[in-house]
Design a protein around this ligand. Structure first.
Ligand code: GLU
Length: 440
């Protein structure tokens, strides 16, 4: 195995590298699975990383250059697959980590995809809609040779949405002089999107939560939940949980949060956020909303609330060595990618906190992306019931397998999830020929 390349690669990153931290999970899982050395060597490094400069004409006539990335981590099991993130803190290190997680997520769910990810360093809230469109189309201009419906397929991620996916697919089709819907998923329905894609991450997480909690004899009504992140995934999941009878007592967005021990009326909170762009503890009847009793809390305070279930649904690295010991929740379901640093895993495990990992919990998004791609390639579109039924079947089946593996090998759920994905990745890599095949 050429470990020199790996050492050199990891050394290129700085100490706080997210990728180096993400790699820890792989190293940990490798102790519990037998896969060939060839496969391990390949899995330790991204296959290809592209950095682009995107010139964008701004509304005031000036030209601004944005930096964008697309990383294909691995494509042994199929074309690269993963979202595109717009955020001021995007970096190559982050995109590589996210592409790494996509690789394991797709293998874990047995989707015929490898892992990829993209990102642009930008605060989209500072751009006009027209500038955002020019940036999104400009990104495709620069990466068009690197992607394709059978090469690498884009999707939404933090601060990107269906409208942006529509622009990207449209631009790619213009460049290629033919309509190629399958190069981007998460598109608007009228441009070949799938029913249920918009709510898929939350719906998938809901199915995971619902299949796991009965194993611990949990009663929904008596279960309190705190959700960090009130974007598409966090807000939709909070609503699904409260509809099902769970008591959602705290939610927060990037500006801060609210806590009401008696439980929040999530549809009202969502409605208020949509209209006023801020989170407030309100109860609405028709168009009249009243403030209800609550405390305002910071994002950090939300994480350490005394609740049963904690759902980090914002960004990575929220729970670290610093605050892991203060976590009081019994169960954590990671809806964000990478919200827990590897250094916090041990502390949480020691304290008996059960962590259900991102690559399983938030995989509903990419699973319905896969359904969308299948629909695009076949030209035959499914009903919402068909989508949700297939999503449920997939999420439940893989959750059950990870659960069984965790029991069988006495592993935490994260390690079991990696082991499960690793087996599939290893088998696929070995099917292309490994050392034993050539030497024996
Ligand atoms: N961005 C989502 C994720 O991190 C979805 C990716 C996709 O649908 O390809 O899983």
């Amino acid at each position: 195995m050429d470990s020199k390349a790996v050492t050199q690669f990891l050394a290129m990153n700085n100490k706080a590298s997210l990728f180096n931290d993400a790699s820890q999970r792989l190293e940990n899982a490798l102790q519990h699975v037998e896969i060939s050395e060839d496969a391990i060597a390949r899995l330790r490094l991204p296959k290809a990383s592209l950095t682009v400069s995107i010139p964008v004409r701004m509304d005031d006539g000036s030209l601004k250059i944005f930096t964008g990335y697309r990383v294909r981590y691995d494509d042994t099991r199929g074309p690269g697959k993963g979202g595109v993130r717009y955020h001021p803190n995007v970096s190559l290190d982050e995109v590589q980590s996210l592409a790494f997680w996509m690789t394991f997520k797709c293998a874990l769910l047995d989707l015929p995809f490898g892992g990829a990810k993209g990102g642009i360093i930008v605060n989209p809230k500072e751009l006009s809609k027209a500038e955002l469109e020019r940036l999104s189309r400009g990104y495709i201009n620069e990466i068009a040779d690197f992607i394709g419906e059978n090469v690498d397929i884009l999707a939404p991620d933090v601060y990107t949405n269906a409208t942006i996916m529509g622009w990207m697919m449209d631009r790619y089709s213009t460049i290629k002089r033919q309509i190629i819907r399958g190069v981007v998923t998460g598109k608007p329905l009228t441009l070949g999107g799938s029913k249920g894609r918009n709510t898929a991450t939350a719906t998938g997480a809901f199915y995971v939560i619902e299949s796991v909690l009965p194993k611990f004899n949990i009663d929904r009504q008596a279960t309190t939940v705190a959700v960090q992140g009130f974007g598409n995934a966090g807000a939709t999941l909070a609503e699904l949980l409260s509809q099902a009878g769970y008591k959602v007592v705290a939610v927060a967005d990037s500006k801060g949060g609210i806590y009401a021990p008696q439980g929040l009326d999530i549809p009202s909170v969502r409605k208020h956020k949509l209209q006023n762009k801020e989170i407030k503890a309100v109860y609405c009847q028709d168009s009249v909303c009243d403030l209800v009793e609550h405390q305002t809390i910071s994002n950090q305070e939300l994480l350490t609330l005394d609740v049963d279930i904690l759902i980090p649904a914002a960004l990575e690295n929220q729970i670290t060595e610093e605050n892991a010991a203060d976590i009081k929740a019994k169960y954590i379901f990671e809806v964000a990618n990478g919200p827990i640093a590897s250094s916090a895993d041990k502390i949480l495990n020691q304290n008996g906190v059960k962590v259900f990992p991102d690559i399983l919990v938030n995989a509903g998004g990419v699973t319905v992306s896969y359904f969308e791609w299948v629909q695009n390639l076949s030209g035959w579109y499914w009903t919402l019931e068909e989508v949700n039924q297939r999503l449920k079947a997939k999420m439940e089946a893989e959750t059950e397998q990870v659960w069984d593996l965790a029991q069988e090998l006495d592993l935490d759920m994260r390690t079991a999830a990696y082991v499960h994905g690793l087996k599939r990745l290893g088998d696929a890599m070995d099917a292309k020929g490994n050392r034993d095949y050539f030497v024996k």
